[in-house]
Design a protein around this ligand. Structure first.
Ligand code: CP3
Length: 344
């Protein structure tokens, strides 16, 4: 990394270098828990916000200016790749993402177009606009959804609790699942390379729902494609591999050689870190629900985690999963303050 950033704590930690305190950013840091987000959201649909570079940049900058985090993350969604391939995507209030044309047959799979990077040009435009506004102050994280997680939304047609239709496909028609996963992976490689070319300083691959899979299914239907992506993207910026099940699947995840593994709160972060090869950093892993607790508790839990990680090179603070829409803004802000005051 030749770029000079005013605040490079996040990049140094992602590269497993010593930092004076852990850097902080939080998944879903630009979202509905902020009144300022609603001021924008009330005027546009979520997809309009993602697809209009000026608005995506406005929203990306909210937590930079209001929370003071150490890294910005592109305002977008993991499902935009699925939409670019032909998924009819909408976001309904209280329901979440929906695909009105779920992918369940060979004909559905054949209709998906992996050669559709041009439909995602608005993301490159947003990245350029955000970098213009960040002006070297902070690093910008780009991202994509991992093939298995994207597959689950395409097959189910939305969010699911039990992944029944997806798992039936994996079991009954594995070749069909592989043909879809391969298409998603191919587009994702081009998409992440486009983000690097547009100027992101790091990448995160979100395999949020890999926790639904058995070890063998994770290996065959998730890990294989994540590794294919990491093997084929430009490795000029640090890459974070996130999964709710990272603490279980870390022994496989390290085969893809991510720079950082981002884990949920089930893991003891120090034990996990020490089980990883030298040079792989960890990100996490406070239980997001702690953000609802009293401020004194928030402080205590953060300091406990930091004491546990004292002496470890390569640690980025994050929550184990995203900020929830009803989390009190002042609690999240307080957490950031506690972290920024801390010194090893
Ligand atoms: O983290 C950030 O602030 C950056 C932007 C971002 C969003 N989604 C914004 C968003 C990122 C990185 C994501 C990733 C994403 N999207 C994931 C992986 C992370 C995770 O949570 O595991 C997943 C699984 C999705 C799919 C998705 N998008 C869901 C399930 C939902 C609905 C969530 C809900 O609680 O209703 C979305 C919509 C979404 N993505 C919103 C935001 C701010 C809310 C949209 C709104 O304003 O209504």
């Amino acid at each position: 990394m030749s770029k000079i950033l005013q605040n490079d704590l996040f990049i140094r930690a992602a590269n497993s270098q010593q930092t004076e305190r852990p850097p902080v950013w939080m998944m879903r840091q630009a979202g509905r828990f902020m009144p300022e987000y609603w001021e924008i959201k009330n005027k546009y649909s979520f997809l309009e916000m993602c697809k209009t570079p000026e608005i995506a940049a406005d929203v990306t900058m909210l937590p930079v200016n209001l929370l003071g985090i150490d890294a910005a993350i592109l305002f977008s969604d993991i499902l935009v790749t699925a939409e670019a391939m032909g998924g009819n995507l909408s976001f309904e209030q209280g329901v979440g993402p929906r695909f009105s044309n779920p992918v369940r047959t060979k004909a559905d799979a054949d209709a998906l177009n992996a050669d559709s990077l041009d439909k995602l040009q608005y993301v490159a435009d947003a990245i350029k606009e955000i970098q213009h506004r960040l002006a070297g102050k902070l690093p910008l994280i780009g991202f994509a959804g991992a093939p298995f997680t994207i597959l689950s939304y395409l097959v189910e047609g939305g969010s699911t609790r039990d992944f029944k239709k997806t798992k039936l496909m994996l079991n009954n028609e594995p070749e069909l699942a592989h043909s879809i996963l391969q298409k998603i992976a191919d587009l994702t490689i081009n998409y992440l390379n486009m983000q690097v070319d547009a100027g992101v300083d790091a990448l995160q691959l979100f395999d949020s729902w890999a926790n639904a899979l058995s070890w063998n299914d994770y290996k065959e239907f998730s890990h294989r494609y994540n590794k294919y992506i990491l093997d084929n993207i430009k490795r000029t910026v640090p890459v974070i591999s996130f999964s709710k099940a990272a603490s279980v699947f870390a022994p496989l995840m390290i085969e893809s050689k991510p720079d950082v593994i981002s884990v949920d709160w089930n893991a003891d972060l120090k034990n996990l870190k020490q089980s990883l090869p030298e040079g792989i950093a960890v990100q996490g892993n406070l239980d997001p629900i702690v953000m609802y607790a009293d401020k004194a508790v928030i402080k205590k839990k953060i300091l406990e985690l930091f004491e546990r990680m004292r002496g470890e090179k390569g640690f980025i603070f994050n929550l184990g999963h995203g900020i929830m829409p009803d989390m009190p803004f002042d609690h999240v802000k307080y957490a950031v303050e506690v972290i920024k005051e801390f010194r090893y």
